[in-house]
Design a protein around this ligand. Structure first.
Ligand code: SIN
Length: 477
């Protein structure tokens, strides 16, 4: 197998907003390598619809802070939430300085509203194509010291003298070794482990496995968020919560308001809406008859519905896997407990989301904490010693069966028995030194799913307090 060797100051694994924010804010004197597993645009950030929450237009961040804490079931870490919302006040201006153009109307910024926000504070671009616009603009601004490589799979982190010293993986099918003074995990969440998700299929928890392998701590892995409204067609698409913020309501086949009993109606916190819809018997629709200028404000949704022959006035929806609140434990500057290793964005557990992330706080988190990582990063070159990598020897067919099993327990109502069988079935998998890119990718997915499964088991067994609000937990208490 051919081998490629790179020596850089900083290796950033991932290509979404967290990765790009770090890259944009590192000193230009550093040699930075940013690697994307597939195309750079295969990142969840590119799919973001609703937008970026910020109290930029409010007298203070107090209300945004309260809404974030309440949505989190008071499980978010107050100091970190303060950092998020307070530093998030300037995010809109900062993004504009990089060329991002947010939507405006006759009154100024056309801020929208989403579930559990007490007011309109969601900034968006291109209607419901915020992620695509923001990411395309920011990627154009990446300076010359940042090299972007696509189709790079990182499967192993290397460590020397207690410090992460680089990584190995594949560039296409070529074995790749990267020596780095620091490594940033910005690999996103776990949604791609199953089919019924709003996420890109390539986002499969790699960062969790890499972090754990070098001794970083993983926290709150069982905190998983389901989005109430994915389009109920064969291939899932997100139907943005901003549509409900603009007046759409969730109705049953007879037109009755499904969230009618909740004081916030269809704009109740995301986990509560998702749970109600999961327990609802019969189809649920978004009634958009009261949404004004639908074509102009939600062009992506209109095009998607057209493509599927769906009547835009009555959109069939069902919940799906959306976001991972838990992840790699980091401090307020994205530092893991392993020297030289940072984590940012959805892969990290910054503590800002608690048990349920407030809508449109995720892009904000990427920006605020990405800047912090860049501002505090320390570099140290250590000898690059490669450990032998082994992978699971699984056939395509067997891997397909494991994926199907994961889809059966990684749900809003996980069943202990299914988790146990998955863990048992994958416990004794044979390993091989004949590492191929495909086996590496499949191994990372299986290992990530095993980490999640074990965390869910622990929650069921011991951590009773988590059972009351875990958004992946269908057990009513
Ligand atoms: C949405 O547009 O509904 C998703 C926004 C988010 O997950 O924050």
């Amino acid at each position: 197998m051919s081998l490629q060797f790179e020596r850089v100051d900083v290796l950033i694994i991932g290509a979404g907003l967290a990765a790009v924010t770090v890259a944009l804010h590192l000193p230009r004197t550093l040699n930075v390598l940013l690697v994307a597993k597939h195309e750079v645009t295969s990142a969840n950030s590119d799919l973001a619809q609703g937008g970026i929450a910020s109290s930029y237009l409010e007298p203070s961040s107090v209300d945004h802070e309260r809404d974030t804490l309440v949505a989190s079931k008071l499980a978010a870490v107050p100091d970190r939430v303060y950092t998020l919302v307070e530093e998030g006040r300037t995010a809109i201006q900062e993004l504009e300085r990089f060329g991002v153009v947010f939507d405006r109307d006759a009154t100024g910024y056309a801020v929208g509203r989403e579930g559990a926000h007490g007011m309109n504070r969601i900034f968006h671009a291109g209607g419901d194509e915020t992620g695509r616009h923001v990411m395309a603009t920011l990627r154009r601004q990446l300076p010359d010291n940042v090299t972007v490589m696509e189709h790079v799979l990182i499967d192993t982190l290397t460590k020397s003298d207690g410090r992460v010293s680089g990584a190995t993986g594949f560039n296409g099918e070529t074995r790749l070794h990267v020596q780095a003074g620091a490594v940033v995990l910005a690999t996103g969440g776990i949604g791609g482990l199953i089919d019924w998700t709003s996420n890109c299929r390539s986002v499969t928890g790699d960062g969790l496995v890499l972090a754990e392998s070098v001794g970083a701590r993983l926290t709150n892995l069982s905190r998983i968020q389901f989005h109430p409204t994915l389009l109920a067609v064969d291939s899932p698409h997100l139907v943005t919560e901003a549509l409900r913020g603009a007046g759409a309501t969730l109705v049953d086949t007879s037109g009755n308001h499904v969230m009618g009993q909740h004081p916030l109606g269809s704009l109740a916190p995301r986990d509560e809406v998702a749970r109600t819809l999961t327990n609802h018997v019969g189809p649920v629709y978004l009634d958009t008859s009261r949404v004004e200028r639908l074509d102009e404000r939600f062009p992506k949704l209109v095009a998607t519905c057209d493509a599927h022959g769906i009547d835009i006035r009555r959109i069939p929806v069902r919940p799906g896997l959306h976001f991972h609140m838990g992840g790699v434990d980091v401090d307020a500057y994205g530092r893991t407990k392993v020297a030289g290793l940072y984590a940012v964005g959805e892969v990290a557990d910054t503590g800002v989301h608690g048990k349920n992330r407030l809508a449109s706080n995720s892009l904000l988190e990427c920006w605020v904490f990405g800047k912090r990582v860049a501002a505090t990063m320390t570099l140290e070159e250590k000898p690059f010693t490669v450990n032998e990598t082994t992978v699971f020897e699984v056939s395509d067919d067997l891997f397909g069966r494991y994926r199907q099993q994961i889809g059966e327990w990684l749900t809003i109502s996980p069943q202990l028995g299914k988790i146990v069988s998955f863990l048992e079935n994958t416990q004794q998998l044979p390993r091989t030194k004949h590492v191929t890119r495909q086996l590496s990718e499949q191994t990372l997915s299986i290992e990530a799913a095993r980490l999640l499964a074990r965390a869910m088991m622990r929650t069921e067994d011991g951590y009773e307090q988590d059972r009351f609000a875990r958004t992946a937990d269908g057990i009513s208490t």
